[in-house]
Design a protein around this ligand. Structure first.
Ligand SMILES: O=C(O)c1ccccc1NCC(=O)[C@H](O)[C@H](O)COP(=O)(O)O
Length: 267
């Protein structure tokens, strides 16, 4: 079976080494966004007038190929934010997801809610980049980092004022949680088989220590699943494909959020 994560990480090592030659850390630290105070996704997830959804801008993925080749990042993300997204997730990986740092910068320019830099972070340099382009949160994937690497990168991000979403896929990875992994995401998608199983979120939820926001990730496409996960104790829901698959992702989000808000109000 193809190990896509290992392939992406191998490619990322070369990519980051190349980018370091083009832009120094000092240059990144001089960017105007670098001194901006980051927004807290943890706090936005608690705002009762929002949906708890971290709405993703994703053009393509290894599991699904092309999802949406025409959507415009500013149109989509402003519609997400206007309709009650608690945060935005913007793919910055170009090779596998068709995203870019420019996408995130464009989203930042027109939105005032937290933005997750969705990428495969393996090096401090990418965290400095994240801060320099206006991200508020970075993703660390437990599957491709050792416990020591998670500890180091999470503390590095925290010291820059960024929040960290640690993504786990199995119970043994929960031991990589540190005080600086402010949010813990359970990915329902097996990254080897691409099979999605929502029950994975339910099984691992109770093992996440108190004090960390809990996020369910991937494969969610109906409001009843969100309600069930919310009742079980999840604070956030990372959803991409369900909205991006629509010709107009912003209006797909709006309809979804309306139904969800009505159901949540009736609880
Ligand atoms: O989605 C993939 O094919 C994939 C492959 C390898 C690593 C990560 C991958 N997906 C990233 C994600 O976790 C999703 O973009 C995110 O959770 C949203 O999921 P969805 O709502 O199913 O688009």
């Amino acid at each position: 079976m193809k190990d896509i994560l290992a392939e992406i990480v191998a490619s990322k090592i070369t990519e980051v080494a190349d980018r370091k030659k083009v832009r120094s850390v000092q240059e990144l630290e001089g960017a105007s966004m670098f001194s901006r105070e980051a927004l807290s996704l943890r706090n936005f997830l608690k705002q009762p007038d929002r949906t708890g959804i971290i709405a993703e801008f994703k053009r393509q993925s290894p599991s699904k190929g092309l999802i949406n080749g025409t959507a415009m990042v500013q149109d989509v993300t402003t519609a997400y934010a206007r309709s009650g997204a608690s945060g935005l997730s913007v793919l910055t990986d170009q090779i596998y997801f068709g995203g870019s740092m420019d996408d995130l910068q464009q989203a930042r320019a027109v939105n005032n809610i937290p933005i997750l830099r969705k990428d495969f972070v393996i090096d401090e340099y990418q965290i400095v980049e994240a801060k320099a382009i206006g991200a508020d949160v970075i993703l660390l994937i437990a599957e491709c980092l050792s416990k020591e690497e998670v500890k180091h990168l999470a503390a590095f991000a925290h010291n820059l004022g960024l929040e960290v979403l640690l993504e786990v896929h199995s119970g043994d990875q929960l031991e990589k949680i540190t005080p600086h992994t402010h949010l813990v995401g359970i990915n329902n998608r097996d990254l080897k088989t691409f099979k999605v199983d929502i029950h994975r979120s339910m099984e691992l939820l109770k093992q996440i220590p108190a004090g960390h926001s809990k996020v369910a990730e991937s494969g969610m496409d109906d409001t009843d699943t969100i309600i069930t996960l919310k009742k079980a104790g999840f604070d956030g829901f990372l959803i991409g494909e369900h909205f991006m698959r629509d010709e107009n992702p912003g209006s797909a989000f709006e309809s979804f959020a309306e139904v969800l808000k009505t159901k949540l109000a009736a609880l």
